[in-house]
Design a protein around this ligand. Structure first.
Ligand SMILES: *Cc1c(COP(=O)(O)O)cnc(C)c1O
Length: 431
């Protein structure tokens, strides 16, 4: 089994954290997202512990909300002492509604509106991660109006290509995010920030991409960011106290993907930070990281009910499910690999290879192709593993499909963290 919380019981049913998936599906309906709370908490502790142990004082992981966002997640992040990164006022509103201490929140995004900036400051946001000069002016103006100094980090692009998928590769010079070091625009943004009376510049941020398996690209990014830090100290007398290295550590999705040693990666990054700062003769900044996927992806799985199977002679077999791109658009977007299991027939031998097709009126609505599965019939259960990140948070109501329920497996048993959307929910805002 891909993950240690998965097993097969005597009935041949897939279990997760000791719970029979067929019973969960019967109790809560499908499509259903299941999250193992213990995995989420344990990954938070791994990051937090390693950053405290191997990186300078004040280092902290901030959960990247875009991977998975609803109130219960923020309660867990608050309990685990994590920071959070938010990308919209909607994320921030959700965190606030969950009672998350927003001084540990970092507000990202390439276009924060004046309304976003006002709402964030009203809510007691810790840090804006400022993307560009126009936004810097807007934050300064709002802070001046309030007579406060607002903490910010500057989003910079170190010019790194971590060889991941182009759509999740964000640290190159040609990027919609941030200001490039290479072009001098990063330095100009630092000077602009230092010249503003109501801006409290605390450091720099970069994010090089996602689903990165080794620590090498993070070390390369840190090296460039620290050289820039030393440069700014020398030329402008400004020494950053925080360096945010973004998210991006990988998770195995299929058998054969390498296992990731998060602690070893963080230890290597911490050692490099120390060494490079000593070389530059500067005090090492505290290190922030923003893991999203590696906190929640492998805590999650999705259960679907099979409708029909279809064989097109000479072509392929299809199995259709009661969800699809509306709850998991990642195969449609990126051809992402997933492990698909026949959750109620784990002891049956494969009868062939199947294309798992979603229920939307869209030929690209597939979850996976070439999946070995036993002969399935209407009512059988399919399970897609590793759906905790970028599934529910990317879910849509395309074809007016309601979003699934999210059930957490907590230490006192399963509980609903997000109710299934109803048909009434779908028309709630229609005038
Ligand atoms: C997407 C993103 C993250 C999280 O990336 P993961 O690959 O999910 O860890 C963190 N920070 C920023 C700025 C991002 O855009």
């Amino acid at each position: 089994m891909l993950y240690p919380n998965l097993s097969v019981n005597d009935a041949g049913h897939l279990t997760v954290a000791g719970h029979d998936t067929t019973e969960l599906a019967a109790r809560y309906g499908t499509p259903l997202m299941i999250l193992d709370e213990a995995v989420i908490r344990s990954r938070c502790r791994t990051y937090k512990g390693a950053l405290e142990r191997f990186c300078p004082a004040g280092s902290l992981p901030a959960f990247a909300s875009k991977a998975l966002c609803f109130k219960r997640i923020y309660e867990i992040m608050a309990e685990e002492g994590m920071g959070i990164d938010v990308v919209s006022s909607g994320d921030l509103y959700t965190a606030k509604a969950a009672g998350f201490p927003l001084e540990r929140a970092f507000f990202h995004g390439t276009n924060k509106t004046d309304r976003d900036i006002r709402f964030a400051m009203d809510s007691g946001l810790g840090y804006f991660v400022c993307d560009n000069a126009a936004e810097l002016d807007a934050i300064e103006a709002e802070a001046a109006r309030r007579g406060v100094r607002q903490k910010i980090l500057l989003r910079l692009t170190p010019g790194i290509d971590p060889h991941t998928h182009a759509k999740i590769n964000t640290g190159k010079v040609d990027s919609k995010f941030g200001a490039a070091i290479e072009t001098g625009q990063a330095e100009a943004l630092v000077c602009a920030a230092l010249g503003k009376a109501h801006i409290d510049l605390r450091g720099y941020h970069c994010h090089i991409g996602s689903q990165i398996f080794e620590h090498g690209p993070f070390c390369d990014a840190a090296r460039i960011m620290l050289a820039f830090t030393a440069d700014m100290a020398r030329r402008h007398g400004y020494l950053a106290e925080l360096l945010n290295l973004g998210g991006g550590m990988a998770v195995p999705y299929v058998e054969g993907d390498p296992a990731i040693d998060y602690v070893a990666n963080i230890a290597a990054i911490g050692a490099l930070v120390e060494e490079v700062c000593t070389g530059h003769g500067i005090k090492a900044p505290a290190i922030l990281m923003e893991p999203g996927r590696s906190i929640v992806a492998d805590a999650g799985l999705t259960l679907y009910t099979v409708g029909s199977t279809k064989t097109i002679p000479g072509f392929r077999n299809y199995v259709s499910i009661d969800g699809g791109m509306t709850d998991n658009p990642r195969y449609t977007l990126y051809q992402s690999a997933y492990t698909v299991l026949a959750a109620g027939r784990m002891k049956d031998t494969p009868a062939g290879e199947y294309t798992v097709a979603g229920c939307c009126c869209e030929s690209g609505d597939l979850i996976q192709e070439n999946v070995p599965l036993p002969a399935l019939s209407r009512g059988d259960l399919l399970c897609v593993l590793t759906t905790g990140a970028y599934n529910f948070s990317m879910a849509s109501n395309y074809n007016r499909v309601p979003r699934p329920a999210v059930v957490m497996l907590g230490k006192n048993g399963p509980y609903e963290a997000v109710r299934r959307e109803s048909w009434e929910d779908l028309v709630r805002n229609d005038c």
